[in-house]
Design a protein around this ligand. Structure first.
Ligand code: FES
Ligand SMILES: [Fe+2]
Length: 330
């Protein structure tokens, strides 16, 4: 048994920003695996990502840099970089030396989220993240934490069936579909039963369909019976250096079709109001549920191989899959 802290440079697509964060010609600074990056939105609406420190003479482009047309301009001497990170012009309108180019950070925008690909060697991605359209839902709500943890540990939680009883106080957890592993994808489905009041019911039964895409994106569909509620959840961990991650979670709820299944009196409420109050409760529970893992995550070590017992979830299968993102896990 070798307990150790996990490395923090796992290959993956990570959500760095919402499109709504880009305001006028201002740029954003975000950390990805210990590297400062500057994100910008060009006049035509493309998103570019460059190394924060300008190779010309080292200014931080996030501190006073601005968008000019299809480029970001460094505040120190006005050199401009396009969305591929190429320095296309010096501040003196003379051709720039290609040695000043930033690393080319692959970007993919999905709905309102800006994903950036990280590879410790700068290799190009062999896959792209996908988030389906969820249909007629409430708008997304978001919450995030900064944690002393690791992206690999966060998603291991999703297959750790044993911990649900102890950390999340579920009375029953059972696998519905086994793990399906293919390249960067992991899919599974499980069900839970929990006693206790939930939206007027005395107990809750829910089924969760999980779709992990590397260590930076999980898409989860939750179906809650007998109230006929369906919600969609995104789990977005991102390494930010110093053995920390930002864990962002988001959710939306399919608009309620059958208020009667929820409560006999629910049909009396205006639909918009009903959706809003039910989704507020659901989101509050979601944030509370994920928050319950926090103390464990922040204080655990990585034990490999783990000393598993009957009743544990498919931890080893998960770890084998996760090795492709971090060879140090092998
Ligand atoms: S340091 Fe960026 S243009 Fe000189
Ligand atoms: Fe958990």
């Amino acid at each position: 048994m070798t307990p150790y802290v996990l490395p923090e440079n796992s290959i993956g697509w990570y959500a760095l920003a919402h499109l709504s964060e880009f305001v006028s010609d201002r740029v954003l600074t975000k950390n990805l695996a210990g590297q400062e990056l500057v994100l910008f939105k060009t006049e035509s609406g493309d998103i570019g990502v460059v190394d924060a420190y300008c190779k010309h003479m080292g200014a931080h482009i996030g501190k006073g840099g601005r968008v000019v047309g299809e480029c970001v301009e460094c505040p120190f001497h006005g050199f401009q970089f396009n969305t591929k990170g190429e320095c296309v012009v010096s501040g003196y309108q003379t051709p720039a030396d290609p040695k000043i180019n930033s690393r080319n950070w692959p970007v993919k925008v999905i709905q309102d989220l800006v994903f950036v690909f990280f590879h410790p060697n700068g290799d190009a991605p062999s896959w792209k993240p996908e988030i389906p359209e969820f249909g007629n839902t409430t708008p997304f709500k978001w919450h995030s934490w900064i944690l002393n943890s690791n992206v690999i540990d966060i998603f291991e939680n999703t297959v750790d069936l044993g911990h649900f009883q102890f950390v999340h106080k579920y009375d029953e957890t059972y696998a519905i579909d086994p793990l399906a592993l293919e390249a960067h994808e992991l899919k599974t489905k499980y069900g839970i039963h929990r006693e206790g009041n939930f939206v007027g019911a005395k107990a809750v039964d829910a089924e969760f369909s999980l779709h992990l895409q590397g260590p930076g994106l999980a898409v989860i569909k939750a179906q809650v019976s007998p109230m006929d509620l369906e919600s969609y959840h995104l789990i977005l961990p991102r390494p930010i250096g110093n053995h920390q991650i930002e864990l962002k979670i988001g959710a939306c709820m399919r608009k309620i079709d059958h208020p009667k299944k929820l409560h006999p009196l629910a049909i009396l409420l205006p639909k918009a109001f009903l959706n809003q109050i039910v989704f507020n409760i659901l989101f509050r529970e979601f944030v509370k549920d994920v928050g319950m893992d926090r103390e464990i995550w922040e204080n655990k070590i990585y034990v490999h191989p783990p000393l598993l017992s009957k009743g544990d979830g498919p931890i080893l299968q998960y770890r084998k899959w996760a090795q492709q993102f971090d060879p140090a896990l092998a």
